[in-house]
Design a protein around this ligand. Structure first.
Ligand SMILES: *Cc1c(COP(=O)(O)O)cnc(C)c1O
Length: 435
């Protein structure tokens, strides 16, 4: 092993707990400090907001399920009073504050948070091609991009990405709909139905034995040999990151509409499942830029693959993998099965993330069942990660914040496209664990 990695491991106290697969809360010591190194500002978020708006007329035509929302892809923020009771009963602990769920499990097109970043990057590439090879202008009604003339232009280009599943699903479906030649490299743990769905949409799916980081490397390799193929990089793309950040602008409005206060006496805690850290990092960056100092992002990771926690706690970010500390990387949470964090996430989160917490897989299955029974909301196991870290968060931070008037938002990152039989299986496993 690299001596720098060994040296950092030796001075990072939580490494012993991580090696033992012990659930823990890591409090970020740099939280709230000034960071003059941030690569983006608010303007980048508003640039992305404007692009989504330009594309809304296209999306409403190309994806009829977005028509009712006029081509805007957004999810509800839902109070879950019954789940709060079920959560408190299961944990034998009265949760202070109020519990909500941000339902990205219900987002159109991919049924996951990847509809934010993945689709956004496809839109950005399509806009560029349409302006250089076609004659699109910013003032046009972008629904013109759904016509055969533009589809023919797009068909000269390819798009590729590597994924454990959901990112591939969102990029694949969006890119193929534009008419791009689309290839998705899937890791060994990608679910069969995701591959089938992509193939049914005309996407070429290449299956690999390796993990997500390996699949990403294969996609990168493919694009490097072909100037007409555009690679969407889950481990370092700025556009993916900014696509996720737009969520904060939408959430700000939902908070006001639902009379949810956010100030020092009414803090908001947002619990986000993390894989490479891109989607939760983008959202958290947006929340800090748009909503400010009284909203706090916390990442949730499986004890068996805590890549962002390890990267941030050691300060090595993308330069360390969970395999460097000898843990196995096995998890039911396929959306989070990433051994090495993205290049961007750890760096940008350095002062913006309140902390990270890890959980046991059995817990998320139980919460899948509790949520289905209490609220009739069905989500995939990864998406339930937030529920599994609230208690650790409150106990780690209880002296720092007024939890009595806090709002807890569980970011539910996926679920709607999961086949009924798979969902039933997760639910059943959760029920059995609860008994
Ligand atoms: C991708 C994904 C995440 C994590 O996003 P990263 O950008 O990899 O951190 C969480 N939940 C689900 C369901 C996902 O698909």
């Amino acid at each position: 092993m690299d001596s720098n990695i060994a040296a950092k491991i030796a001075v990072t106290p939580i490494v012993d707990q991580l090696k033992d697969y012990q659930p823990l809360f890591w409090k970020n010591p740099n939280y709230g400090q000034a960071d003059s190194d941030l690569p983006f500002s608010k303007e980048y978020i508003f640039d992305a907001v404007a692009r989504w708006e330009r594309f809304a007329p296209y999306l409403a035509v190309a994806f009829p399920e977005t028509k009712a929302m006029h081509g805007i892809i957004e999810s509800p923020l839902t109070p879950i009073e019954h789940m709060q009771k079920a959560w408190s009963k299961y944990n034998n602990y009265d949760l202070p504050g109020t519990l909500y769920i941000k339902q990205d499990n219900a987002l159109p097109i991919s049924g996951s948070i990847k509809s934010r970043g993945g689709i956004y990057e496809v839109l950005k590439f399509a806009e560029k091609v349409a302006m250089t090879d076609g004659d699109l202008t910013y003032m046009d009604d972008y629904s013109v991009l759904a016509t055969p003339r533009y589809q023919k232009i797009f068909s000269k280009y390819g798009i590729t990405a590597g994924s454990t599943g959901n990112l591939g699903l969102s990029i694949g479906i969006a890119a193929a709909t534009f008419g791009f030649k689309t290839t998705i490299h899937m890791s060994h743990d990608a679910r069969t139905w995701k591959k089938e769905k992509l193939r049914a949409n005309g996407v070429q799916v290449i299956e690999h034995d390796g993990d997500c980081n390996f699949a990403v490397a294969q996609a990168r390799q493919q694009a490097s040999n072909d100037p007409y193929t555009y690679f969407i990089d889950d481990e370092g793309s700025k556009d993916l990151f900014l696509g996720y950040a737009v969520a904060a602008v939408r959430l700000q409005k939902q908070l006001v509409q639902q009379h949810i206060r956010v100030d020092q006496d009414h803090p908001i805690f947002v619990y986000l499942p993390a894989g490479v850290g891109g989607s939760p990092g983008g959202v958290t960056f947006g929340l800090k830029e748009i909503i400010g100092s009284d909203i706090h992002g916390i990442f949730a990771e499986p004890t068996h693959i805590p890549s962002v926690t390890l990267g941030m706690a050691t300060g090595l970010n993308h330069d360390i993998s969970v395999y460097d500390i000898g843990i196995d990387g096995n998890t039911q949470a396929d959306g989070l099965a990433v051994s090495r964090p993205s290049v961007l996430a750890g760096r940008i989160m350095k002062t913006l993330l309140r902390g990270c917490a890890t959980f046991n897989d059995s817990e998320i299955l139980k919460y899948v069942a509790l949520l289905a029974d209490s609220e009739n909301i069905k989500i995939e196991p990864s998406a339930a990660a937030g529920f599994a870290i609230i208690k650790e968060t409150v106990s780690a931070l209880q002296d720092d914040y007024n939890f009595a008037d806090a709002t807890h938002i569980i970011w539910s990152t996926g679920g709607n496209m999961v086949p009924v039989a798979d969902m039933q299986k997760f639910y059943q496993m959760g029920k059995e664990l609860l008994n």
